[in-house]
Design a protein around this ligand. Structure first.
Ligand SMILES: [Zn+2]
Length: 299
């Protein structure tokens, strides 16, 4: 086991308060470290004969705009391949997953303001004593807001509240989606530049426990979108939330269905190295657990 896969989400200067991105300077330093120790390849090349160095695949989840504007530009300049994933729901149904709406809303409004508005509209008096899972957040109001929006309100209530906040900044949903995500033209440019595009999700739901139904609702519609709009026949898959609570079951029960539909492999959120394409489900290290942000974890 010596090949590395790295998982990236946002790569941008920390201009938004809702998220903890990897700074572009750290991204460049990481790429320097990677190219010193590994040969950067696209996922399919994991199956080829190694030269002197082990392989590294750079993988990007969620297709947020910064990945096109920052990471893709840096990688193109250096002539390095990478693997980016598509989430089709926002384009096809104009529906943005709740966790992205939260990132966006918490970026543009103060925690106090959001908490005040939640209090005016909903019964959230139990939230302060229940929100311990967010104790890593230093701001109290941020803890309350995250708990209220993720767990206390119904999905419908959270969605209504958050969409209204986001619309007050971006004016139209189309405008928000185009600002927040890599769009069709940009994906096509990335494909033409040699990047590998794979399936992330339709709606970004965790594995449901029913492999067939999950494939039909979360994987196939995204693949169809990629075929029709991007001209790509997707062969790689990255499950949303790494599959979620039922990740182990997902790995057992979904693999055969994916292989029958021509998928070659998939990237999990389980940390660890890989050995070529010996395993269908490949391990990944999060970018912040590697240099320059952290020590090399396995040496
Ligand atoms: Zn994701």
């Amino acid at each position: 086991m010596e090949d590395l896969a790295i998982m990236y989400h946002y790569v941008q200067t920390p201009k938004w308060r809702g998220i903890v991105p990897l700074d572009p300077i750290d991204f460049e330093l990481q790429i320097e470290w990677v190219t010193k120790h590994f040969e950067v390849v696209d996922p399919t090349d994991l199956g080829k004969q190694r030269s002197s160095k082990p392989f590294c695949v750079l993988t990007f989840d969620d297709a947020t705009k910064d990945q096109y504007e920052v990471a893709f530009q840096i990688l193109s300049r250096k002539g390095l391949p990478a693997y980016f994933t598509v989430m089709s729901g926002p384009f096809v149904e104009r529906k943005v997953p709740i966790f992205h709406l939260i990132h966006a809303a918490l970026s543009f409004f103060s925690d106090e303001q959001i908490w005040d508005e939640l209090n005016n509209r909903y019964d959230v008096k139990d939230v302060p004593e229940k929100c311990q899972i967010y104790s890593y957040e230093t701001s109290l109001f941020r803890r309350y807001n995250k708990y209220a929006l993720n767990f206390h309100l119904s999905e419908q209530e959270s969605r209504e509240f958050l969409e209204e906040k986001v619309l007050s900044i971006f004016h139209s949903f189309e405008n928000f989606i185009d600002s927040y995500y890599i769009n069709e033209n940009e994906f096509i440019k990335m494909r033409q530049a040699g990047m590998t595009l794979g399936v992330h999700a339709t709606h970004h739901r965790p594995f449901s426990g029913d492999a067939r139904a999950f494939f039909d609702s979360e994987i196939e519609p995204c693949r169809q979108f990629m075929r029709e709009k991007l001209g790509v026949e997707a062969k790689w898959y990255t499950p949303a939330f790494g599959g979620g609570n039922q990740a182990e079951r997902m790995m057992k029960e979904l693999r055969g269905i994916l292989e029958n539909h021509g998928f070659v492999g998939a990237f999990t959120t389980k940390p660890g190295l890989n050995s070529g394409l010996d395993s269908f489900w490949l391990n990944r290290y999060d970018c912040i657990s590697l240099p320059p942000r952290s020590e090399f974890p396995w040496k």
